[in-house]
Ligand binder design. Sequence first.
Ligand SMILES: [Ca+2]
Length: 438
Amino acid sequence: MPSHRRARTAARAALLPLLPIALAACAPRANENTTASANGGEVAPAATTAGGAAAAPCATPLETRPANAPDQQPTFPEQTRACAVNSNVAHDVQVVATGLARPWAVEPLPDGALLVTEKPGRLRVVSATGQVGAPVQGVPAVDARGQGGLLDVALSPQFATDRTVFWSFTEPREGGNGTSVARGVLSADRTRLEQVRVILQAKPTYNGTMHYGSRLAFGPDGMLYVTLGERSVTEVRPQAQDLGSHMGKILRVRPDGSVPNDNPFVGRQGALPEIWSLGHRNVQAATFDAQGRLWAIEHGTRGGDELNLVQKGKNYGWPIAAYGIEYSGRPIANSDGRTQREGTEQPVYYWDPVIAPSGAAWYTGTAFPAWRNSLFVGALREQRLVRLVLDGGRVAGEEHLLVDRKARIRDVRQGADGALYVVTDAENGELWRIAPRR
Ligand SMILES: [Ca+2]
């Protein structure tokens, strides 16, 4: 958005003489009682410090509530509490379908129908007019206890010709369970999956019910990226730093599950070759932008939900460097309270207080010109759809949509019609279509 960038630069230049005042107003504690700007689409200038502790990002941040972790500071000003933006986009929310059991993912099909996973283990086709089909046959059994179940679903990049579907799920195994990925061919009548086979099994098997990840995203390189969790509990979370475990990793495999030769840890003694990046907590969003870059969002502890730009072989810190505090209120056990550590990457953005992010999509459609190149993120705990505006690799603005609906948003995807599709996390979950107001 060049015009937007110009406006921002001009605004920053105009405000330069006021910078000391802005800095004073931007001390993080002072933000708690300020009112977010509710009008104007402009992004206010970011405050920067001349060395020393980083300032809060913005004089009018959207988030003004007390932090979960009040003692932590961002590493750079735009890393948290972005400026409030208001796109003033008139949109309608159409309830396409109801009665979906804990829907976890929505994946638009080319003809306007949608695939929806239900966490208890069912995959359904919902027609463009909202008819919910019977469960698609051929889905292997899942362990649906706790956070487990049938999770993400993705179409093959060649779906138009190979009709192949990929899905992630909590696989019941000897001694516990684990995140696995399967593929199958959707029958022409869309009633069953054929030639089903599991192509990836995250190791090791563990006997728990939390932090499975998992989103699936195909990159422009044709590879399948799989996000995972670290199974949450203190005894296993250090495996997020262990290249001999898939826990807390993002993996990259060919569509048949085999390992590409150019993965970063191929040939390293003791390393699992599927690993693309490490040091993640529980990654439930993954989406490629128009430049082919992978963005992933993970659940943090209190005060530590993260947006990361995921790069080959990089370490994203968990649990040895992380924002947030333990649910007990203590510093994160394995990090000694450190938010930075050499050899680990900083998140592009973090939410404090947390929103509990799940599902994300870069918007590239034409139905909402004002939303082009925005990153949409579903929020469970905060029950809204978050829109992030990025500028130069930093978050320049944040807007919250669908707030009045008070629903946990589990996934968001863009349809072929340029509308956004959302599923809500509930026993009686819903599928919504967000389209321009007519
Ligand atoms: Ca991190």
